[in-house]
Ligand binder design. Structure first.
Ligand code: ADP
Length: 406
C-alpha cells in the first residue's frame, strides 16, 4: 500500500509521521519526534495509531539534523518494511512572497528556497537539510514542500507591509505570517464541524513553543501576529516577540553587540526563558513558584490579550476564538488568563469546561464561542503530498477543502 512520510524540522527537534493513503483521506499510522538534537541526550519516541510504543532504542547523542533525519528514515523502513513510500511532505517555514500553496520540489525550486534561508535562519536550513536527506533515501518518491507562510499570502496590503519605502516591500521585506499549516488545519476543521462559525470572524491562537495568532474571515487569513520573520508578535519559548526596532539599534550602536549576538539573544535567550531565567517551557513555569516565572507567564498572557483585541478590531468583531498548540491545548491557566474580563468582547469562559479541557470552553450564553482544537499540521502536509501523487484521487477532496477555506 502507498504511504507518505511527513517531516517537520524545528531548531532542535524533528517531528515525523507515516501516513497510509486511503481513498477519502490519508490516515496516520505512526507519529514520532526526535528531540534535543545536538545534545548528548537526544531522544526518539514514536507510537503507532493503535498505541504501540516504538523507538526505545533511539536514545543517545544525535549530532545534527542530517543525523536525526537519517535515523528516522532508517527506523521507519525498519518498523514498516512493507510500506511503499511514494511521497515525502516537508514543512518548510518560508515560501517567500510567491508561494501561496504547496509545490513539488525540484533542484531549481530547492535552490530558490535556499535563498530564503536568511528570512528564517533557525528553521529553513534544517527544513532543507531534511529535503536533501529524504531525496537521497527515497529518490523515487515525490518530494513536496508545504509552506508556513502560504496560508497568509493573500493578506490585504495594509497587513502585508511595513511603513518603509516601497522598494523594501519589493525586495521581499513584508509581513509574511507563519504557522499557516496549523491555521489551515483549524480552518478546515471548523468548516467541517462548525460551518456557521467558519463563515464568520475567528481568531486562532496557536500557542506552543512558537506562538502566533491569526484572524480569519470565512476561513481565510486576514491578519497575523507574526511578521517578516517568526520573531514578531507574541513572546515565545525563547523568542522575544514584538520589539521596538530601536532596541536593536541601541544594542548595536551603544552596547557594541554583533549581529550574531543579537540573533542569539532574540531567538534563543528571550521570551519565557529570558523573562523567567528558568525555562522556555510553560509547564515548568506553571509548576515553578518564583516571581520571575509568574511574571513571564503574565507577560505572555498580557501580549496574547493585546493581540486578541487588536485582531478583533481588524476582523470588525468576533464570533469565535480557537486555542491550539501545546500551550493552547493544555494550559487551562493560560486560556483562563487570556479570556478573563473579556466580556466587553463577548467572551464568557466556562471555568469548569476550561479546567476539563472540553472542546467548547465558553458558557452557552457567551456571544463568542471559545474552543480548544488540537492542531494537526502533519495531516495538512500528508494531504498536500498525496495530491501530487494521486491527483485523481485527492483533487476532489482538496477542492472541497479549498472551497471550505474560502
Ligand atoms: P512547538 O512549537 O515546538 O510545536 P508545542 O506546540 O509542542 O511546541 O508546545 C510546547 C509548549 O506547550 C511548551 O511550552 C509546553 O510546556 C507547553 N505545554 C504542553 N503541555 C502543557 C500543559 N499540560 N500545561 C502547560 N503547558 C503545556
Amino acid at each position: 500500500m502507498s504511504h507518505v512520510v511527513t517531516l517537520n524540522a524545528g531548531s532542535s527537534s524533528l517531528k515525523f509521521s507515516l501516513f497510509t493513503l486511503h481513498k477519502d483521506d490519508p490516515v496516520a499510522i505512526c507519529t514520532g519526534a526526535v528531540d534535543r538534537i545536538g545534545s548528548p541526550e537526544a531522544t526518539i519516541a514514536a507510537k503507532t495509531s493503535d498505541g504501540r510504543v516504538l523507538g526505545g532504542d533511539g536514545v543517545g547523542p544525535i549530532a545534527d539534523h542530517v543525523a536525526a533525519m537519517n535515523r528516522v528514515l532508517d527506523l521507519l523502513t525498519q518498523w514498516f518494511p512493507k510500506a511503499e513510500i511514494v511521497a515525502v511532505g516537508h514543512r518548510i517555514v518560508h515560501g517567500g512572497p510567491d508561494h501561496d500553496r504547496p509545490i513539488q520540489l525540484t533542484p531549481d525550486s530547492l535552490r530558490a528556497l535556499e535563498d530564503l534561508a536568511p528570512f528564517a535562519p533557525l528553521h529553513q536550513p534544517y527544513n532543507l537539510q531534511g529535503v536533501r536527506a529524504a531525496i537521497e533515501r527515497f529518490p523515487q518518491a515525490v518530494q513536496v514542500a508545504c509552506f508556513d507562510t502560504a496560508f497568509h499570502r493573500h493578506h490585504p496590503w495594509v497587513n502585508d507591509t511595513f511603513a518603509l519605502p516601497t522598494e523594501y516591500y519589493d525586495m521581499g521585506v513584508r509581513r509574511y505570517g507563519f504557522h499557516g499549516l496549523s491555521y489551515e488545519y483549524i480552518a478546515d476543521h471548523l468548516a467541517k464541524t462548525a460551518p456557521l462559525l467558519h463563515g464568520g470572524r475567528v481568531i486562532v491562537a496557536h500557542l506552543g513553543n512558537g506562538a502566533s495568532m491569526c484572524g480569519l474571515i470565512h476561513g481565510r487569513s486576514v491578519g497575523s501576529s507574526m511578521g517578516f520573520t517568526a520573531l514578531d508578535g507574541l513572546p515565545m519559548g525563547t523568542r522575544c516577540g514584538q520589539l521596538d526596532p530601536g532596541v536593536v539599534l541601541y544594542l548595536m550602536q551603544q552596547k557594541g553587540m554583533t549581529a550574531d549576538e543579537i540573533t542569539e539573544l532574540l531567538y534563543c535567550k528571550s521570551g519565557l526563558l529570558g523573562l523567567s531565567g528558568l525555562s522556555n517551557d510553560m509547564r515548568t513555569l506553571e509548576q515553578a513558584d518564583t516571581g520571575a516565572a509568574r511574571r513571564a507567564i503574565s507577560y505572555f498572557n498580557f501580549r496574547a490579550r493585546r493581540e486578541l483585541g487588536a485582531l478583533a478590531a481588524v476582523l470588525g468583531g468576533l464570533d469565535a476564538v480557537v486555542f491550539t498548540g501545546g500551550i493552547g491545548e493544555n494550559s487551562a491557566l493560560v486560556r483562563e488568563r487570556v479570556c478573563v474580563n473579556m466580556g466587553w468582547l463577548g467572551i464568557e469562559l466556562d471555568h469548569d469546561a476550561n479546567t476539563e479541557h472540553a472542546r467548547i470552553i465558553s458558557t452557552p450564553l457567551s456571544r463568542v464561542q471559545v474552543m480548544v482544537i488540537p492542531t494537526n499540521e502533519e495531516l495538512v502536509i500528508a494531504r498536500a503530498a498525496a495530491r501530487f501523487v494521486y491527483p485523481h484521487m485527492y483533487e476532489a477532496l482538496l477542492d472541497k477543502a479549498a472551497a471550505r477555506t474560502g
